[in-house]
Design a binder for this molecule. Sequence first.
Ligand code: HEM
Length: 140
Amino acid sequence: MRDGAWLYPLVEIVHIVGFTVLVGAVAMFDLRLLGFGRALPVLALARHLLPWSWAALLLIVPSGVLLFSTQPELLDNRVFLLKLVLLGAAGGNALAFHFGPWRAAASWPAKAPLRARLHAALSLLLWIAVIACGRLLAYV
Ligand code: HEM
């Protein structure tokens, strides 16, 4: 991948398209939980956005692993390790939301309950931090 002029940037573009779709979908859902666009039914929004998030992972993870395979020394890079930890935390937060407050979503009023809003705020912070770490990798 490092030998050709195009392959690395192409895989990086796939990575970027993937996380744009994932983090974009997640952010739109989180903002709805935080009170923006309350006219939109939360369950319908989730049905629309969730499949895109899963599909985006099919782009992000293989491309990320390919990019990593060209520079395994990243394992000594604290920013890369922090990015992986933050990714795990974002996944854990999504799971805790899914098996926690989300189970009662059918009976929520237009305003999501406090626990759901806390998960949404944390999710936004974690995904922004993951993107920041990814971008910083080029500089550290
Ligand atoms: C949704 C999850 C992820 C997000 C939001 C994300 C974000 C980013 C960002 C913003 C960049 C910099 C792109 C650029 O500026 O050109 C990047 C690059 C990279 N990512 Fe990810 N990433 C994610 C998942 C992963 C995974 C799972 C891996 C591998 C295990 C990975 C490995 C890499 C590598 C190796 C680079 C290239 C660093 C460089 O060449 O400077 N990423 N990522």
